[in-house]
Design a protein around this ligand. Sequence first.
Ligand SMILES: C[S@@+](CC[C@H](N)C(=O)[O-])C[C@H]1O[C@@H](n2cnc3c(N)ncnc32)[C@H](O)[C@@H]1O
Length: 244
Amino acid sequence: MTDLWLIGIGTGNPAHVTLEARQALRDAALVLVPRKGPDKADLADLRHAILNACGSRAPVAEFDMPVRDEGRPYLERVRHWHDEIAALWTRAIATARPQGPVALLVWGDPGLYDSTLRIAARLDPRPRVRVVPGISALQALTAAHAIPFNAVNGAVTVTTGRRLRDFGWPEGTDTVVVMLDGELSFQRLDPAGIEIWWGAFLGLPNQLLEAGPLAQAGPRIVAARAAARARHGWIMDTYLLRRR
Ligand SMILES: C[S@@+](CC[C@H](N)C(=O)[O-])C[C@H]1O[C@@H](n2cnc3c(N)ncnc32)[C@H](O)[C@@H]1O
């Protein structure tokens, strides 16, 4: 049975990599590194930089991430994509024949909006999975703005741009954190009484931050995001909304 280690590496700042993660990267016998195409090549490069900085001498097997089939309905598309990735891991592991644990460097924390655990569950035979926690985009966002995650005695909903668009402000919560939002879906909300804290490239040298009442900060964020996306060719951003 393969030991599969899913190692959270934080959101881009090499200082996010915990001592536990560093040791795990040194102890791994093989590291799988996804290549996501030219736009996101620097994320693969960052993974290599982290491996070097940690003193990992494990062989690295790179694999090209498959492209999602946009013709399928959303959930079916995601399931099919996970099957394809599991097949690529299986092939890479069979080719490398590691004599010890196989590691993946997982962006942020492996438990938060990440499919790596679900893909691992598809492997046959099932590997023994170990998760090393990492600093997530949520923590990087609230730390960068020096704000608390929750209001006093308040509830927080963590959701996606798609759900904010489809269902609006979630019931029973005064704070909403939105991830995976390529469309800045807060634009669909009535901004009255809402404050926003936004961060892009959190933890990376080109980190961007904006905050303020949604009515004023919203248009600034739309402009900043479009400019940054045009400059870098890609963007990752997260935001927290709080109702006064
Ligand atoms: C597939 S999820 C991965 C989340 C990750 N597992 C975590 O713990 O943060 C990708 C989403 O995370 C957020 N994200 C990840 N890295 C980020 C960063 N450096 N800056 C801002 N948002 C980030 C964005 O909302 C992005 O759409």
